[in-house]
Design a protein around this ligand. Structure first.
Ligand code: NDP
Length: 322
């Protein structure tokens, strides 16, 4: 099969197309012919070696396609089913094996491309807005990187929960996308002091929650946006890791909270996975959640997809098509 394989960590150039053996499903696993594969920021962290993975490896951990074969004890899906999944490594390929316990049936009315685009970023937006901090009607919330993959979905969910949404973005074009997704106010954080703007918008009060996926360059400002007992949800590090932080600041700046959540812990059981994926795919199918699918690349162009994602050129979802 055609696949991307990383034999050494590094820049986008380590994403090399190769011919590799098609994997065989083991107990509890399905072999899936991949029709679309999601590109996510975590793929960059693993490619760079910021997150460790034994070498060599096939990157990618989100895809959708059609079940081709089953291993023993995998009766919960059938050959021919359309399925989607995330959190299982090895999806930058024509075929992949995945545990059937992590597969979600793709409902009628949505394409496998839409399903591949919605799983990881959609369930992330879901747990951030419904569980890590359950947004209440009338809350003011700040969402960084509002035109990104997670950002556009999180804005839509926050609006549906009744929030007043402030979103940061780097360009006017991205600001327009964030507003189209529902953001009430946008801040171009590459040229404006976003913490000062949030104070202005809230009459000096600050917000109860900041969703920060940018990390190094935004962390201090995000803390400065919170009102007493507010929570900083640090869920990514697109600009780099946050340096060590003196916890006493949480006290002096108003009994604040910081959490560093990850999707794995919010989809740990089959019940929770099905509930979040079910909501997200249903909302895509009935039009309540709009996906932005402007960036599709042939599998062999995975390196370009990474350059675009880390170069802040993409908006919404980036997909690889085997
Ligand atoms: P995005 O589409 O949001 O792309 C990243 C965006 O971050 C860029 O478009 C850019 O938007 C912004 N950004 C700010 N500074 C930088 C920088 N120095 N370099 C690159 N980008 C920068 O990516 P994803 O939606 O795939 O992921 C968003 C974040 O969410 C990532 O940090 C990822 O790790 C995290 N994540 C965390 C999960 C979890 O469970 N913890 C699950 C899924 C994603 P702009 O140009 O507007 O600044």
């Amino acid at each position: 099969m055609r696949a991307i394989q990383i034999t050494q960590t590094g820049g986008a150039e380590v994403l090399v197309p190769r011919e590799l053996p098609t994997p065989t499903p083991g107990p509890g696993e399905a072999l899936v012919q991949i029709e679309a594969c999601g590109v996510n920021f975590i793929d960059i962290y693993l490619r760079e070696g910021r997150y460790a993975s034994p070498l060599p490896f096939i990157p990618g951990q989100e895809a959708a396609g059609v079940v081709l074969a089953l291993g023993p004890d995998a009766a919960s899906v059938k050959v021919g089913d359309r399925v989607a999944w995330c959190g299982v490594p090895g999806t930058y390929a024509q075929f992949a094996v995945a545990p059937v316990a992590r597969l979600i049936a793709v409902p009628d009315g949505i394409t496998t491309r839409q399903a591949a685009a919605a799983m990881l970023q959609g369930m992330t937006a879901h747990y951030l807005s419904h569980s890590t901090y359950a947004i209440q009607n009338g809350d003011a919330v700040l969402i960084h990187a509002g035109a990104g993959g997670v950002g556009l979905l999180l804005i839509q969910m926050a609006k549906r929960q009744g929030a007043r949404v402030f979103a940061t973005v780097s360009t006017d074009e991205k600001a327009a996308l964030a507003r189209a997704a529902g953001a009430d106010e946008t801040i171009i954080y590459t040229r404006e002091d976003f913490a000062a703007r949030v104070r202005e918008f809230t009459g000096g009060a600050g917000v109860p929650v900041v969703y920060d996926s940018v990390g190094k360059t935004t962390f201090d400002g995000s803390i400065a946006c919170l009102h007493p007992r507010g929570i900083l949800v640090l869920y990514g590090a697109s600009s780099g890791a946050v340096p060590p932080f003196d916890l006493i600041q949480l006290s002096t700046r108003g009994s604040l909270y910081v959490t560093r959540p990850t999707l794995k812990d919010y989809t740990a059981t089959r019940e929770e996975l099905e509930r979040r994926a079910g909501d997200v795919l249903r909302w895509v199918a009935d039009g309540r959640l709009k996906l932005r699918l402007e960036h599709s690349y042939p599998l062999a162009d995975a390196a370009q997809a990474h350059r675009d994602l880390e170069g802040r050129k993409t908006t919404g979802k980036a997909l690889l098509i085997p």
